[in-house]
Design a protein around this ligand. Structure first.
Ligand code: AMP
Length: 605
């Protein structure tokens, strides 16, 4: 690894440094509050008024990549941040292989072949994209491929700025050039992108510069620095509690903003970072869980309809815009004009809501998820598709209302806030609080009846935790269900078991009688078989070879993995992996499970 000559870097930095007070910050409004700068022991070339050379960043990255121990990695990222000076916010993203904040609409949109072409061009006339690809196939890492070329030969073409002199690349220049690249659109934009990247690669002097530039451009930094590392390093570098950093990151998704604030405004500054209407946060996610799981964990569960649509976070500013974001914080506003119209018609305070966009028929009943997909993310023909598929917003959470962040408020309070905002519009999810399984199942049956996907079970006291897939939200999966089925037939066993019944035909109850659904032969010991034979023999009505007809009298409890549609049995269903669990001698055949319940269970799968 080549370590940059720090004396040289220092001299260059002095030359680049803007005058005091003119520090560029992308967060101008915030910096206007007046920062309290803290004296800290930094290396002599560190300071707030220098621009980091890209070579210096690359040297740090190489050190980090070479370090296997997680704790040491945090320490190295901490050093990087302490050295980043004016470019801290950029560096906090670059080190994760990101050019723009996660929520940002800006994307590089540079595919491998475009990047390969730029590298080839910078490497000289004897190199083409195929050569880059051949090397990539061998090295498996675009960074190593990029550094394997000598870009020096092309410097005359791309390396001199208008100022005339040789100018090494700074972190900010890389950022600015890539920002311009991201803005390129339309015809000719591909060529423009290749030209920009060619210019950047041509100016890479140290091997490491080319390596990390290539990886950055393709968003594959691969130096083992994830979000948690950056969080810990911000806390360590600027001596602020890691929880304060984590919270600020949760509400902003902006590592640059959080790093700068931690450095310049301490813990208080971090605490003052709030949700902002128009800046999406990560969606809270759910795990699978049963009603039993929910009631065991919380005693009372909040039960909501699970809408079968696409997740949307709605941001409404009554004096500004309404914007809609997908689960990945992608801006989908343009695709869903009627949701924007809905917000504008019904909301009159700054609001951030979480919900689902569903496709509905003329009566407002939900249509399958596939219909929503015809509208979601659509960029063209939005108005035409609007005629074909109607979408509506269903809100189930409120993160911000009228200047108040509600992330830490209990779910039920957030839901109340939601009802205050949108009650009466039909857009708010019904919420049942119950500790009773039967009640919850009835609510679920209603939801299914109305055409929804099922129910969500939520901890009524839980906070909204962006990006977390915790146990506070459970998408209901059936409890380990068993079926109580009626024995309507049997078969004699074979060999050693020839004198015992070995297989039992099972049926579900219908209005008219019984319909077969499967056979059970597993899960039964020899001893049990003897007992079952004694139990069933008195009810045999006819015998045909091995096979017996049995009148409905005995009820088995059976387990299974899945209910499948099948022509094999008269019910139209079959059980996958049925197994005998017990004789339900407390149950008459008339109270065995109905085919209707089986249909419902099958649909829910
Ligand atoms: P799944 O996509 O199966 O992981 O289920 C979780 C998803 O269900 C969420 O990301 C939401 O998009 C969606 N969903 C539908 N209704 C609700 C609701 N009432 N509460 C939370 N999420 C819901």
């Amino acid at each position: 690894m080549s370590v940059p000559d720090t004396d040289k870097l220092f001299r260059q930095r002095q030359a680049h440094s803007p005058p005091r007070g003119s520090r560029h910050t992308p967060f101008g409004a915030r910096s206007a509050r007046g920062r309290r700068r803290r004296p800290r022991a930094l290396s002599p070339h560190s300071g707030y008024h220098h621009q980091m050379e890209f070579a210096e960043f690359a040297a740090h990255a190489a050190d980090i990549e070479a370090e296997p121990a997680d704790l040491e990695v945090v320490a190295l990222v901490t050093d990087l941040f302490a050295d980043a000076g004016d470019d801290l916010s950029i560096v906090a993203r670059f080190v994760q292989g990101r050019v723009f904040p996660a929520y940002s609409e800006r994307k590089l949109d540079v595919g491998p072949s475009l990047c390969h072409e730029a590298i080839a061009r910078a490497a000289g006339p004897n190199v083409d994209g195929d050569d880059v690809e051949a090397r990539l196939a061998e090295a498996g890492d675009i960074g190593r491929v990029a550094e394997s070329y000598d870009f020096g030969g092309q410097r005359g073409l791309g390396a001199f700025t208008s100022g005339g002199g040789r100018d090494s690349l700074t972190v900010r220049e890389v950022f600015d050039e890539l920002s311009e690249l991201a803005a390129a659109e339309g015809a000719g934009s591909q060529d423009e992108k290749v030209a920009t990247l060619f210019g950047l690669f041509s100016r890479c002097e140290a091997d490491a510069e080319a390596r990390y530039l290539a990886r950055l451009v393709l968003s594959e930094m691969r130096i083992g620095v994830g979000e948690g590392t950056v969080r810990d390093a911000i806390a360590e570098a600027f001596d602020v509690p890691v929880e304060a950093v984590a919270r600020a990151l949760q509400v902003s998704n902006d590592y640059g903003l959080v790093a700068e604030t931690a450095r310049d405004d301490d813990e208080d500054g971090l605490a003052a970072i709030h949700l902002e209407v128009g800046r999406p946060v990560q969606a809270m996610l759910a795990q699978a869980g049963s009603v039993a799981d929910a009631l065991e964990a919380w005693e009372t569960a909040a039960v909501e309809t699970k809408f079968d649509g696409a997740r949307v976070q709605l941001h409404h500013d009554p004096d500004g815009e309404t914007s809609l974001y997908s689960r990945n914080m992608e801006d989908v506003t343009g695709a869903l004009p009627e949701v924007v119209e809905f917000a504008e018609a019904h909301l009159d305070v700054p609001t951030i809501l979480d919900g689902e966009v569903v496709a509905v028929d003329d009566d407002g009943s939900p249509l399958p998820f596939q219909e929503v997909l015809r509208r979601f993310r659509r960029k063209h023909d939005v108005e035409r598709m609007r005629e074909e598929v109607t979408v509506e917003f269903r809100a189930f959470d409120c993160l911000h209302a009228a200047g108040e962040d509600l992330l830490d408020a209990p779910l039920v309070e957030r839901h109340d806030a939601l009802a205050d905002l949108l009650g009466g519009t039909g857009a708010v999810s019904d919420l049942l609080r119950s500790d009773d399984t039967a009640n919850i199942e009835a609510f679920e049956a209603d939801a299914l009846e109305a055409g929804h996907e099922g129910v969500m079970l939520k901890d009524p006291e839980s906070a909204y935790t962006p990006g977390k897939r915790g146990k506070q939200w459970l998408k209901r999966k059936p409890d380990v269900e068993t079926l109580d089925l009626v024995v309507t037939g049997a078969e004699w066993g074979e060999g050693r078991r020839a004198s015992l019944l070995g297989t039992f035909l099972l049926s579900a109850r219908t209005e008219a009688g019984y319909e077969t659904i499967g056979k059970v032969a597993t899960g039964i010991t020899d001893e049990q078989l003897a007992e079952l034979t004694d139990l069933i023999e008195p009810h045999v009505v006819s015998e045909d070879g091995q096979t017996l007809d049995v009148e409905p009298a005995v009820v088995f409890e059976v387990g299974y993995e899945e209910i499948q549609r099948s022509p094999t049995y008269s019910s139209g269903y079959a059980l996958r992996f049925p197994r005998f669990l017990a004789v339900r001698d407390d149950k008459e055949p008339e109270s065995a499970d109905s085919l209707e319940r089986i249909t419902r269970l099958a649909d829910r799968q």
